[in-house]
Design a protein around this ligand. Structure first.
Ligand SMILES: Nc1ncnc2c1ncn2[C@@H]1O[C@H](COP(=O)(O)OP(=O)(O)OP(=O)(O)O)[C@@H](O)[C@H]1O
Ligand SMILES: [Mg+2]
Length: 372
């Protein structure tokens, strides 16, 4: 999910050692790593076990038929982008290549710029497929949130009404009992529990309504600073909180209290993970992802996420805490997706959890805005 660019890598399948050595050297100079397979078995192993999305395949590899091998490789990896090459150019071999699903076709010998043009087209195709997958994944997440919201909205509504009745009756019982009555503490606990349940339902209803639309762009440094200040004074008083802000304004159309709530949720998670005495760093910066984004990162020095939490932390109602509701992170994700951004949680390289929130922002003007 992160914005880092993966290493560009291809597989060359050819039994001509001079050709593979010269070609891979030339391609490596263009920033593309080459893995070489000299026969079908090596090629099959490579596409199954190495992180390869593009293969350059000779139409004759020793006694093996390259078009047949292409079919086998596509069977193993249907997403593999294949470019067939041959010294025996003929209409037949071109047709055979297309039939096994080759994306392109090169005739040997070729110049470096020819092969690089073909490879650039392949890398573009791979990038487009990745973007499509990401978009489908985000759409699935929005649909899941939508379905959960509708379910929760129905439940919360009825549940809130029943709770109101329970609360009212408990209040009558509690108020009618003498403080020394043996039943008095039970009535008090029940009344408090009903109040907690009401707060939970209110939170669920907030979630189902979704974040309110923001009318105008605000400087994100303001809610980030105020969220931190609030936590320093209260729930995170025992923690070492560090804040890193840009010295220019980062403007995005988001409601101030939404971002404040996100910071508070993330810092409460860090507090829970570090037992209230750990360290957390909050940083806000401009980030270029093909467009302008504001990136908010919250890192802590807690134990990080266990495998199940790593996979499920953003799911609605997933919690590993006895008093958790499992709504904190899904609410941030909902806000991010609806704003056209992104949100994820991962384990930081040096341990601890790292939450990343990307929000589309206006193109920043360095030196703009007063320091806050
Ligand atoms: N900083 C963190 N370190 C380790 N685990 C974390 C961290 N943040 C979240 N998690 C894991 O992700 C789960 C989901 O977090 P989320 O904030 O959505 O819900 P919660 O904190 O359990 O409850 P609440 O709705 O009250 O926030 C947590 O229960 C915890 O297991
Ligand atoms: Mg939480």
């Amino acid at each position: 999910m992160s914005g880092s660019q993966p290493q560009r890598k291809i597989l060359i399948v050819d039994d001509d050692d001079d050709f593979t050595a010269a070609t891979s050297r030339a391609i490596a100079l263009e920033g593309v790593e080459c893995i070489i397979a000299r026969n079908g078995a090596e090629a099959m192993a490579a596409v199954q076990f190495a992180d390869i999305e593009i293969a350059l395949l000779d139409i004759r590899i020793g006694h093996e038929d390259g078009t047949e091998l292409a079919g086998v490789l596509r069977g193993l990896r249907p997403d593999l982008v294949l470019v067939l090459m041959t010294a025996y150019a003929s209409v037949d071999s071109a047709v055979a290549a297309l039939k096994v699903g080759a994306y392109d076709y090169l005739r040997k010998p070729f110049f470096l710029d020819e092969i690089m043009r073909a490879l650039e087209r392949c890398f573009e195709l791979v990038a487009l497929r990745r973007a499509k997958l990401r978009a489908e994944h985000e759409l699935a997440m929005i649909r899941q949130l939508d379905a959960t919201s509708q379910l929760a909205a129905g439940l919360s509504h009825d549940f809130r009404n029943m709770l109101a009745v329970v609360r009212a009756n408990l209040a009558v019982i509690h108020d009618g009992l003498h403080a020394r009555d043996v039943l008095w503490p039970y009535a008090r606990d029940a009344k408090e529990a009903a109040a907690t349940a009401e707060a939970l339902v209110a939170r669920l209803m907030d979630f189902t309504r979704g974040p309110p639309a923001a009318e105008e762009a605000i400087d994100l440094r303001v809610p980030v600073s105020s969220g931190i200040a609030m936590m320093r004074r209260s729930l995170c008083a025992g923690m070492d909180l560090t804040l890193e802000l840009p010295d220019f304004a980062l403007l995005a159309p988001i409601k101030q209290d939404q971002l404040e709530t996100a910071i508070i949720n993330l810092l409460i998670n860090s507090r829970d993970a570090t037992g209230g005495t750990g360290r957390a760093t909050v940083s806000l910066q401009h980030y270029w992802r093909g467009a302008d984004y504001a990136r908010l990162v919250v890192c802590d020095n807690g134990p990080g996420l266990a495998p199940e939490a790593l996979e499920r932390a953003l799911q609605v109602l997933f919690t590993t805490k006895s008093n958790g509701t499992g709504l904190g992170l899904p609410m941030i994700r909902q806000m991010a997706l609806l704003a056209g951004g992104d949100f994820w949680l991962e384990n930081a390289e040096n341990g601890g959890a790292r939450a990343v929130l990307d929000l589309p922002c206006l193109s920043p003007v360095q030196g703009s805005g007063r320091n806050i």
